[in-house]
Design a protein around this ligand. Sequence first.
Ligand code: NAP
Length: 342
Amino acid sequence: MTTLPATMFAIVQTHDGYSGAATGPALADAADWLAEAELPVPAPGPGQVLIRLRAATVNPSDIHFVKGEYGQPRVKGAAAGFEGCGDVIATGSGAEALQDQRVAFVAAGAGAWAEYVVTQAQMCIPLRSDISDEDGAAQIVNPLTAMAMVDIAREAGDAFVVSAATSQLGKLMCSLGRDLGLKPIALVRRAEAVESLKQVGAAEVLVTGDPKITQQFAAISTALKPRVFLDAVADQLSEQLFCAMPNGARWVCYGKLSSDLPRLTQMGQLIFMRKRIEGFWLTRWMMDTPLADQMRVIAEVQARFADGRWKTDISERLALRDVLPNLASALKKSDGKVIITP
Ligand SMILES: NC(=O)c1ccc[n+]([C@@H]2O[C@H](COP(=O)([O-])OP(=O)(O)OC[C@H]3O[C@@H](n4cnc5c(N)ncnc54)[C@H](OP(=O)(O)O)[C@@H]3O)[C@@H](O)[C@H]2O)c1
């Protein structure tokens, strides 16, 4: 029986509800939105587990959330952070099967940036022993989204477009696309990322700041006929590229990395070319996808991490007690995740 302390260190939200703004997942100073706190160690209720944190990842959704611009309201004084990995040290009724397991988890109401985390048992995935804690900490949100969205692309043709392709999710989708015999067309901001994206699996890589980007994209679009645009940027360039895509193309917006709000310039394409603009949210996918299909996807995700086809690139590791002063500068580094450890 594990003896638990009465309190734990946590990084907590300092605002309630929504902000009404859409400024993107950048931080000037973490202290604008977060604070350090000593909280009571939570107790698991029915169907819940208590996890001792090993590692948490920092995703753009965490930053949107603490700034009040995510799909659920903030709770002032509650711990931040959605995703991580740790050991189940106590269970509520109905969740006993997870006792003592090392799991990847999502804390749906947030709470991962703390020494101890309570979440629903159904939001936990027992981890294979050959998966590291750091890969385990980023095992759910991006990998499941990558699997689900590449599946959408695969049903629509051989080629698909991925923006912010240097993001962890972008890289997962390019390599999965290549492995499935598809042709990912990657959009990146940094010219120096072109070669590495090709190695990851992109068939074509375009640099968004290139003055000829729209002509370059139009030529590739004519040749490869991508019918799905998996877009985490959603700015005016995205709209222009969507307009250059062929009949029946779908602009699937799943992130808002840019704070620029695009203007629709060619409404006729929606009418005459059967083009569609839609969203994707993993939370909705999990609600709508039968459990057996989710289990198959989860097994494939773990297999890909275990055999090295996928990995989590890490730009910085922060101890929980260093998050407040150092998170903003850590997030400015390109090409990797910030990992938080207790
Ligand atoms: N809808 C869903 O269910 C769902 C699920 C998972 C993730 N997402 C979204 O997927 C996106 C990627 O997530 P991630 O965890 O893979 O991100 P990440 O690894 O943290 O990487 C984000 C990268 O995007 C690039 N970027 C940032 N701002 C940008 C901008 N304004 N324009 C273009 N590129 C920009 C940066 O790369 P460079 O510095 O190299 O340009 C940055 O490193 C996020 O928008 C996230 O919210 C959505």
